[in-house]
Write a protein that binds this ligand. Sequence first.
Ligand SMILES: [Mn+2]
Length: 317
Amino acid sequence: MEKKDCRSIFNIIKKYNSIVIARHMGPDPDALASQIVLRDTIRDTFPEKKVYAVGAPTSKFKYLGTLDKIDEEICKDSLLIIVDTPDRKRVDGPDPESFAYSIKIDHHPFLEKICEEEFIDDSASSVCQIIVELIYSTKLKMKKEYAEKLFQGIVSDTNRFMFAYTTSKTFYLVNKLIEEEKLDFTKLYETLYMRPLNESRFMGYIEQNIVVEKSGFAHIKLTSEIIDKFKVDPASAGNMINNLCYIDEIKVWAFFSEDNKNKTVRVSVRSRDIVINKLAEEFGGGGHKFACGMRLANMDSADEVIEAYDKLCMEQR
Ligand SMILES: [Mn+2]
């Protein structure tokens, strides 16, 4: 994000006494950390402002902080900030049109305009990276607790600095965080990656059972019976998908996880170098070039997606 954009965001924040911060459904550490730190630093810098972070909470990431409930009443006089969300249908929160003003801060490739002003830097590794820049280039306050959460968001979105949109700027900003806020980053990795044995066994099940096509496309259907058997959360498969990154026979891989509670099938797709997000958009999903996803009404529609990705991989051979 350019300095002038950071200053514009700061000037908009300054103007409103009530601010609501929203992000995407099924939040990951980048969405939650950027949302919560932005709320807390605004509260810290401007104690007279009312600032809320909204959306469904996730117990798995409760170490990143708690969320707020709001009265719809307050929207009309408030500024809405949407982070980490490229399209309207994925926003977990109230309608942007019910607010006095709305801005988007994102690093996803542009999909649609949902706010009055949009600040998008699709060269940034994560929204947390943008928030670090925003804080360091304005009067917003940084402190150790914020630095720790922002570090975790960056690490999570870059898969420990392995993804291609990790840049020298990412390392520069992370270096500044570690140096100035004296982060104990090995401890932070522990919080981020510690998991129960059943999740690890579930990963073992995936590795044993994933189907690999001749094209290099690999896929697995994780039905609710399997998810229940391993006592894992339907969202947890999505967090494990990066583990299959460096396998000779696999070029593109997808997990289909059935979520009975929300009556949906979450699909996560990853790739090393074949662009996969355009195809996801055709199925109503989206995301980054090499990491994207979609939701399906039920497992019956999975085969259509499998066929399409198999064909895409075949064409790229
Ligand atoms: Mn993100």
